[in-house]
Design a protein around this ligand. Structure first.
Ligand code: SF4
Ligand code: SF4
Length: 97
């Protein structure tokens, strides 16, 4: 499992799925639309972050491109958690529960 914190959330990659991936769409997406945070480790056929945890937290733009492209063209291995603080209280207040 590859995990790193972002400014307001977390990126989680189940890299056990990546060994069967032929597209590495996450790496391309982050390089095109995000902050170019990954490279391909061909020895294990997995993506790997290029930077330290501290730098990843600062540099990730939370653009969601890696998650979307992995879902569309990869093997659905990425989950980005972005908690919306106050959402539960708001939903209760306006009667959505
Ligand atoms: S696109 Fe998804 S399955 Fe493919 S290497 Fe990236 S995270 Fe793994
Ligand atoms: S959310 Fe965007 S910047 Fe962050 S790792 Fe994914 S593609 Fe890169």
């Amino acid at each position: 499992m590859i995990e790193f914190e972002t400014r307001t959330g977390k990126v989680v990659i189940d890299d056990s799925k990546c060994v069967g991936c032929k597209t590495f769409a996450c790496v391309k997406a982050c390089s095109l639309y995000g902050a170019h945070l990954f490279r391909i480790n061909l020895k294990v056929n997995k993506p790997e972050p290029i930077y330290s945890a501290e730098d990843l937290k600062r540099m990730c733009t939370e653009c969601l491109a890696c998650e979307q492209e992995c879902f569309l063209r990869g093997l659905n291995a990425i989950r980005i958690e972005l908690p919306l603080y106050g959402l539960e209280e708001y939903r209760k207040r306006v009667g959505l529960y």
